[in-house]
Design a protein around this ligand. Structure first.
Ligand code: NAD
Length: 356
């Protein structure tokens, strides 16, 4: 079923208020989740609400948290999100870190102990809207490793995402925002539920051998996801763990505790004022020139259009704003189910939805 983004936003906002988020936080988190759905990343949209609900119930995710802002040392700021909603805490942390830019033209942020920060590209977009270049590395703790380091038959880290963007007229363009695994675990579960195989390169089996069979991983976590690009993607995932976990945070997956429903993030960010290098307009002009130079390249056989990083999300956003966001019945069922933990129910929530 497809629903209008506005009606899904109203429902999401209401559910988050039910979790205990105040008006501002509910607005920030629901904006984030609906944008993830609009941009085509349903794995990081409203389907996260059931996990957040259980985390809030168990006291592992805390609505309306006040982060601890450590005084900057030079251009380096450390913010402890104290398990607050990552979507909100990260914006507060970026605002705090970016105060050093006036003096240093750069801000380096270590965000630790955050609830799930979800779609990392949101933070590149936030920095780009202020005219800044940014790079973000994130590690994921709280659950068991899912991704095999290259050459291993056992998972060693999570899907550790990376995002970076250039600012062009307040937009993040191009915007690269990606997990360092080939695909998210959710895609393995979906293939298994549908009785389909997955392409080689997504998974290794319990012997560390590439496999197309999603079932052992989906049903028994036997085997592991593969990092993208063999040893190179594995190396990037490993460095996201080190930069976000060992350097900026205070835990890597090697020593973090496993918690039921646990998915928490640490983030290492570098935010740069481009005008320290040249006029910001000149840098934007050169970036756009290069962007157009690449866009004008002839497409490979079988490819309709060469897309730049960030373009698939823009295309999805336009289409879903016009035609609604598809949400499967199981996702809605799970949301209604957890809503009951917070004295809400389907009868109250369902009428908020408007079919597109
Ligand atoms: P993806 O594979 O769909 O896209 C990755 C990047 O490739 C994007 O920048 C996209 O614009 C670009 N891209 C996609 N198709 C393209 C094409 N044909 N040509 C050129 N560029 C193309 O994304 P993903 O790796 O599945 O990640 C999905 C989301 O999950 C991201 O938003 C990421 O931040 C998020 N994530 C979050 C966590 C967390 O713990 N918070 C963990 C993992 C992933």
């Amino acid at each position: 079923m497809r629903y209008t983004s506005d009606s899904l936003k109203t429902l999401t906002d209401t559910v988050l208020r039910g979790f205990g988020c105040n008006e501002k936080e509910a607005m920030i988190v629901s904006d984030h989740l609906i944008l993830a759905n609009l941009t085509g990343h349903d794995s990081h949209g409203i389907g996260m609400l059931p996990m957040y609900a259980l985390q809030v119930r168990d006291g592992n995710l805390i609505p309306n948290q006040t982060p601890v802002f450590h005084d900057p040392i030079g251009a380096i700021s450390v913010v402890d999100a104290q398990r607050g909603f990552g979507h909100h805490m990260t914006l507060l942390a970026l605002d705090h870190a970016m105060k050093t830019i006036d003096e240093h033209r750069v801000a380096v942020l270590g965000l630790r102990n955050a609830g799930h920060v979800s779609r990392v590209g949101t933070y590149s977009e936030y920095c780009a809207a202020k005219g800044y270049v940014s790079i973000h590395f994130v590690n994921v703790v709280g659950h068991q490793p899912l991704v095999a380091p290259y050459g291993s038959k056992e998972a060693g880290f999570a899907t550790n995402p990376i995002s970076m963007a250039m600012p062009i007229e307040g937009q993040a363009k191009p915007l690269l925002d990606m997990a360092t695994s080939t695909v998210a675990f959710g895609k393995i579960r979906v293939a298994s539920n549908k009785g389909e195989t997955v392409p080689l390169g997504y998974l290794v089996d319990a012997d560390g051998v590439p496999t197309t069979d999603p079932n052992p991983m989906a049903t028994a976590k036997s085997g592991a996801l593969s990092a993208f690009g063999e040893h190179k993607g594995s190396g990037l995932g490993l460095f996201a763990e080190i930069l976000a976990g060992a350097l900026a945070g205070q835990e890597t997956i090697a020593d973090a505790k496993y918690i039921p429903e646990g998915v928490f993030n640490n983030m290492f960010s570098i935010i740069v004022d481009p005008s320290a290098f040249d006029s910001a307009d000149e840098i934007a002009r050169r970036t756009t020139q290069f962007y157009d130079f690449i866009k004008a390249k002839p497409t490979a056989k079988g490819v309709d259009e060469l897309l730049m990083p960030g373009e698939p999300e823009k295309i999805s956003q336009k289409e879903r704003l016009a035609n609604g966001i598809p949400v499967d019945a199981e996702t809605m069922r799970q949301i209604y189910e957890v809503a009951e933990l917070f004295d809400m129910n389907e009868a109250q929530l369902k009428p908020m939805l408007v079919e597109a």
